[in-house]
Design a protein around this ligand. Sequence first.
Ligand SMILES: [Zn+2]
Length: 180
Amino acid sequence: MNETKMTRLVLDILRDSVFIAVCAVLLITLCCVAQGQTVPVEVKRAIAASLKASNTDGMHEEGGIWGLTTRGNYVVIPAKPGKKADPCMRGIVSLAIGDAADPGLEANLQTILGEWHVHPRGTKKCDRDAQGFWRQPPSKVDLDGAEDDVNIVIGAGDGFVYYYNKNGVTNKIPYKEFIL
Ligand SMILES: [Zn+2]
């Protein structure tokens, strides 16, 4: 191999590396953007309503699912509110996300695309030294149950929207940016 060939080889490798790096950056950007965009505006409105409802006492969850109807339209199906709970009593608060507040909305549901629920913002003084509060990021139970394409927890207390799948949180953005 002479000098010229060697130089060309090095240049080729360099060019390929740059190409791969650019592709990786593009792919990551596309993934993040797509993830933000896969939440339709109808769903964002329902999420805002859930947050408002959970914030009335800060001690219960709200949530729901969305999907496509047989005609290909978005359908948003809020769940019945979760039971009010006490963060000082071993802090379990939950919601049956598939238990529709209005079962009529499920009639034409064909494909479930995503689900959301709010982790409440309430806190309570349990005793002199302990303050009870609700965990804001998705719990182990949330991660284990992440079956949909898009799974979202809204931390009403910390103001973040968490996207997650079975492996963990994949993205975390301020609620104020999410709801724009
Ligand atoms: Zn949860």
